[in-house]
Design a binder for this molecule. Structure first.
Ligand code: FAD
Ligand code: NAD
Length: 467
């Protein structure tokens, strides 16, 4: 065999699996069908979306809150070419970073489509049509996901677009219709809303980000309604999309069977993503798939073919970069004979809107459904000195703890810097802290993290000091 490990796909799952394999002394190759490394997350996902979220936030603040801070500037203007160009520069810097890491770890990279010939042989077909066969003792499938499509929504990538095109627009839409108010809808709807577009969210469920704790969706909607020119159509099922070039019309039906028609100049379709295995020729190795997902053993992430593993978006579970990374490390260590562990209950979820939303553990709805007796403690950001100083007063921390033992079961935060604050909750829960444990730890003043301490005090015996 040429390699100990071949990884197919260079996203956060794949390239991290390759680095950990190499660190453990295994001869490793990484195959990527595109000319750049980093996968969805780096090229058309996490990083470019955050670059545009940051740019649009600066524009929004310059337009709306600088004056109140006593900073007078002429009305700011948008230079879309520069904004998109800066985003591309950020992505390029990170692409180069991953290429450097591959060289540093002596990982051989191949640019081309990887497909199974048999369980130990992968054919790499390059852009010029030439191909070569590689052999390995172990193969890790990390081929990620693609946006879900609906047959009656004709995505032309110009006016009816997915997140990939939304990260590359050359103009600010006048009216952006967002189909699906999940994570992508909330983030990219925020980008263009902050830049001045009218935004209509059409969502099948009864709230935004419906898979998170219900309080989060409600609070986020309140904030976005204040901040943006936004309309919300919840419990609306899209039934038709007509694209007339410069003008697109979306028809949706609500729970009472009433029809609404919304017209805009761009429609963003973000109704979820599906695992991607096209071109892999899984049949060549006999790897089993269930509803598009590569089937894996819960304890080892092995497929039904023992030397072939699968990780990240292409398998079950949350479609998140850090979940893919944990699985990449897990599989490399498993192949090396170690016994690693992933606590899937403690994978945080973050939505990078403003205010940010971040969650870990169980939601209140999940605890109710499971019949677990719990206590809830909440603390609003508006009672924090730090939040008042910066005028970022929207939001709250909600801590859910076991009624009998006080162990923290879930933490849900909406507010400034929630994305960074959630790390404290992950650490506390990993060590099975009680709400009172966290409530008794000193939190620096004035910081946003005091809301976590106060929410834990509230959950303990309703002892919040500043509420
Ligand atoms: P991917 O990143 O999808 O990588 C798979 C790679 O495999 C791709 O490069 C693909 O070209 C390659 N490939 C596929 N088939 C083959 C083949 N046969 N041969 C060779 N190569 C192949 N997650 C977060 O945690 N935080 C965020 O802020 C966040 N923001 C996001 C924003 C957007 C707009 C989107 C779309 C997603 C976002 N995500 C975010 C989700 C995150 O991008 C994914 O969970 C993550 O990229 C999954 O990693 P992966 O390694 O499984 O697959
Ligand atoms: P999602 O699952 O978060 O949201 C899709 C939304 O579309 C849901 O609320 C769903 O109810 C709604 N929907 C489905 N069909 C519909 C229909 N016919 N009409 C109206 N609404 C409909 O999916 P997404 O926003 O497309 O994101 C895909 C994946 O990418 C997610 O799994 C997410 O984890 C990941 N992602 C993560 C981040 C982050 O971590 N910050 C950012 C972007 C994307």
């Amino acid at each position: 065999m040429q390699y100990d490990v071949i990884v197919i796909g260079s996203g956060p799952g794949g390239y991290v699996a390759a680095i950990r394999s190499a660190q453990l002394g295994m001869k490793t190759a990484l195959i990527e069908k595109y000319s750049v490394l980093g996968g969805t997350c780096l090229n058309v996902g996490c990083i470019p979306s955050k670059a545009l979220l940051d740019s649009s936030e600066h524009f929004f603040n310059a337009s709306h809150s600088f004056a109140e801070h006593g900073i007078e500037i002429p009305a700011p203007k948008i230079n879309m070419e520069q904004m998109i160009g800066r985003k591309a520069g950020v992505v390029k810097k990170m692409n180069d970073g991953i290429t450097f890491l591959m060289k540093k770890n002596k990982i051989t990279t191949y640019n081309g489509l990887g497909s199974f010939v048999d369980k130990n042989t992968i054919k790499v077909t390059k852009a010029d049509g030439t191909s070569e066969d590689l052999t390995a003792k172990n193969v890790i499938i990390a081929t990620g996901s693609k946006p879900t499509a609906l047959p009656f929504i004709p995505v032309d990538k110009k006016r009816v677009i997915t997140s990939t095109e939304a990260l590359n627009l050359q103009e600010v839409p006048k009216h952006l219709i967002v189909i699906g108010a999940g994570v992508i809808g909330a983030e990219l709807g925020s980008v263009y809303g902050r830049l001045g577009a009218n935004v209509s969210f059409v969502e099948f469920a009864d709230s935004m980000i419906p898979t998170m704790d219900k309080t989060m969706g409600k609070e986020l909607q309140k904030s976005l309604k204040k901040e943006l020119k936004a309309e919300f159509y919840f419990q609306h099922k899209v039934t038709n999309v007509v694209n007339n070039g410069d003008d697109v019309t979306v028809t949706a039906t609500n729970s009472k069977d009433e029809q609404v028609t919304i017209s805009g100049d761009y429609v963003l379709v973000c109704i979820g993503r599906r695992p991607f295995t096209e071109g892999l020729n899984l049949e060549g190795a006999g790897v089993a798939v269930d509803r598009g997902k590569v089937v894996v053993d819960e304890h080892t992430l092995q497929t039904n073919v023992p030397n072939i593993y699968a990780i990240g978006d292409v398998v079950r579970g949350a479609m998140l970069a850090h979940k893919a990374e944990e699985e990449g490390v897990f599989v490399a260590e498993t192949i090396a004979g170690q016994k690693p562990h992933i606590n899937y209950n403690l994978i945080p979820g973050v939505v990078y809107t403003w205010p940010e939303v971040a969650s870990v553990g169980k939601t209140e709805e999940e605890l109710k459904t499971a019949g677990i007796a719990y206590k809830a403690g909440s603390f609003p950001f508006k009672a924090l000195g730090r939040a008042t100083a910066s005028m970022d007063t929207d939001g709250l921390v909600k801590v859910l703890a076991d009624k009998a033992t006080d162990e923290i079961l879930g933490v849900h935060i909406i507010g400034a810097r929630a994305a960074d604050m959630i790390a404290e909750a992950v650490v506390a829960m990993e060590y099975r802290a009680s709400a009172e444990d966290v409530a008794r730890m000193s939190h620096a003043h004035p910081t946003y993290t005091e809301a976590m301490k106060e929410a834990c005090l509230a959950a303990t015996e309703n002892r919040a000091i500043h509420a």
